[in-house]
Design a protein. Structure first.
Length: 221
């Protein structure tokens, strides 16, 4: 599938940004996501290898909803380092057209200034704090992206993320949920819980080889 094939399904400004950044052809998981209703506010659980194009799937949902004035996007990450990476990436591509913010700091602050931003990148713990402080702009969220969603199974971060998603789905029943992960042990069960379509694909840009390194010699199998 080419980017031109969905030109009439996305806002012109979103098409122009992606085209300017050299995106001409969509990857298999991106095509599957579009066919499954990505551009029609459908919830998706995307389980594909690293570097297979999951972030662009999230971008298509977030910025389509933003540019069509449906509401803000919240991008949930497990680590501050990942938050910083996504912040820099989104700012580089979209800062001319949308306001991007990162909220990973003091858990006792409501960060009311975030009401002015279109995309808010936050750790699970920070977003949990914002919810507990009854942050008013949360009701304006149209897109919820959960990166590394397999951490629901993590003994440390899992409970917070599970409660967070439960609350968000309750207070934002009309928001679109895009959950991303490279590996999930129970994808069908998780997709059912999220009321989402499962996008499962094995394509990767570089072939993955497995082998054993012994005495400075690698034997692949």
């Amino acid at each position: 599938m080419l980017l031109n094939d969905i030109k009439n399904q996305i806002p012109s400004v979103l098409f122009e940004v992606l085209d300017d950044f050299g995106i001409k052809e969509l990857r298999p998981s991106q095509k599957k996501s579009i066919d499954a209703g990505l551009l029609d506010m459908k919830n998706l659980l995307v389980c594909t290898p690293t570097a297979s194009g999951k972030t662009l799937i999230a971008e298509l949902a977030m910025f389509k909803n933003i540019f069509e004035r449906r509401g803000k996007a919240i991008y949930i990450v497990p680590l501050k380092a990942l938050a910083t990476e996504k912040f820099k990436n989104f700012k580089k591509k979209y800062e001319k057209y949308a306001k991007i913010a990162m909220s990973i700091g003091d858990l006792d602050k409501t960060d009311s200034y975030l009401s002015k931003f279109d995309v808010i990148i936050a750790t699970s713990e920070k977003l949990d704090s914002l919810i507990r402080h009854h942050t008013p702009w949360l009701k304006e969220i149209a897109t919820i992206v959960v990166d590394e969603v397999h951490l629901l199974n993590d003994h440390g971060r899992g409970p917070t993320l599970e409660i967070l998603l439960t609350i968000l789905r309750d207070i934002l029943p009309n928001s679109q949920v895009i959950a991303l992960s490279a590996t999930i042990g129970n994808p069908n069960e998780l997709a059912s819980w999220l009321n989402a379509e499962l996008i499962d694909d094995e394509w990767r840009p570089v072939k993955l080889l497995k082998g054993i390194n012994y005495k400075e010699k690698i034997e692949f199998y």
